[in-house]
Design a protein around this ligand. Sequence first.
Ligand SMILES: OC[C@H]1O[C@H](O[C@H]2O[C@H](CO)[C@@H](O)[C@H](O)[C@H]2O)[C@H](O)[C@@H](O)[C@@H]1O
Length: 563
Amino acid sequence: LPPPCDSEIYCHGDLLRTIQTAKLFDDDKHFVDMKLRSDPDVVLSAFNNLSRGFPNAVVSPSILRDFLSTYFEEPGKEFLPWSPPDWHDKPQFLAGIGDTNLRNWAEKLHHLWKSLGRKISEDVSTHPQRFSLIATPHPVIVPGGRFRELYYWDSYWVINGLLLSEMTDTARGMIENFIHLVNRYGFIPNGGRVYYERRSQPPFLTLMVESYYKTTKDKEFIRTSLPALEKEYRFWMQNRSVKVEVDGRNHVLNRFDVQAGQPRPESFTDDLELSEGLTIDAAGRLWTELHTGAESGWDFSSRWFVDDQGKNNGTLRDIRTSQLLPTDLNALLCRNERTLAQFYRILGNEVAAARFDVAVSVRLEAIEAVLWNEKQGVWLDYSLVTNTSHPAFYPSNLAPLWASCFSQASMGPRALQYLQASGGVEFANGVPTSLVDSDQQWDYPNAWPPLQHMLIEGLSSQPSDEAKKLAFNLAQNWIRTNWLAYNKYDAMFEKYSVNGDGKPGGGGEYEVQLGFGWTNGVALQLLAQYGDRLTSSSGSDSSPLSFSLHIGVLLLTPALYLF
Ligand SMILES: OC[C@H]1O[C@H](O[C@H]2O[C@H](CO)[C@@H](O)[C@H](O)[C@H]2O)[C@H](O)[C@@H](O)[C@@H]1O
């Protein structure tokens, strides 16, 4: 299997292994974000000379540090400070927020775009071989903290926030960057670094264009974007789809599936340590699945663990993301297909629109046959190992509601019942990513902004008052959590804990990050949608009693959640 990219500095080879395993930095991402002072051949030959001076010996950390300061620059040098020129005071949506505390806070969130804007230095385009950063034609809004570069699915919520902030030029520039990346790679990499080059993230480009169109009504932008949107769609259908037979009928659904058989450069030692004791083949399979888990955006989660018996169980060593058909990815592709049909219709191209109508019908049939679980009354990830559903609760089980991709009207109310009985909406500080406390960051007790938003949007689009009320309660809980944390820490976080009011999330392989692109985007969207009703002072109807009972059950009987 190929390495994560071709670069012998940033993606494979002795230099990468030596520096990362010497653990000179707290975070492996530090080294692979450093800029070269000379071209790679010069640096590689200097490194070979250096190691030749120490036959059979480990080069000492101080010599490696000297080597790094001679040949590399600290991360971050590839950007110039950039304040988006279309930023202006008091975008209209602020006036719709009734609660004065929340309105003032929303204004501060609107200000944060200025601190997250980055312009890429021209040096990156003229000497690409000296950078791990991938040059894009327009400036970007980054998530923040260690995430110094653009990220794919994060940018959907960032762009929605920018559009509310009336920063349409910045939003358009970000979309054009992604179009540029599709044209260059045939798909959009996970993020703007060469070490993300072999994997993508959940495909949100079509929905970014939809958001931009809804704000600007710019048909011409749809026309110019469509070839790239089609190209990305083809990538997912040709490289990330699989045939599955259920009840004697074949269906095609999508999965995450990356071909890169070495440790992730930005988490090199984590991946190496995780593979200790495995054969070379088994280690290669594990690394491939780690890349695949990262492609899902849920890196990492017990959602992807499959033990020897094929059960949704185990630890990170049991990660088998490629062996699952995820509900959310398929709901997203269904929404993409429907949106592409609408785009073609807007442009008057009925033939192309009909092609995507057919894709939607085929997908709806597959979602019903493979992902809908009649017993639980919800959609569940489907295992290619056991040909059965994975029964645990994840907010992603409700993604077809968000995408409006279900074939029978009764499925909406049944999914609502499932959600209410699942235990997932009992928490006053957000909906956890799962009910399994695995110490991975995409698991209990962490709650992530995009998942809250998809759930709330899905519920609020349902016809029933009950679903709409739940959507509002979840929005109120989430805003309260973000707001309390902001007051305590003067910061927005990439994720929060459902335990404790205004507590940042944790777990996983890096410290919780501040900034934070998608968190700000989601908070602004909820403040705009529910601004007349949200308050800074109260929670929702969640009862503390059911919360503590739930925690009791969670800690005492984890096996319950496996069936
Ligand atoms: O370095 C570890 C991993 O970090 C990223 O993943 C997390 O942050 C991203 C940016 O906010 C987010 O898109 C992703 O969902 C998070 O899990 C990176 O995307 C991973 O590829 C990387 O391995």
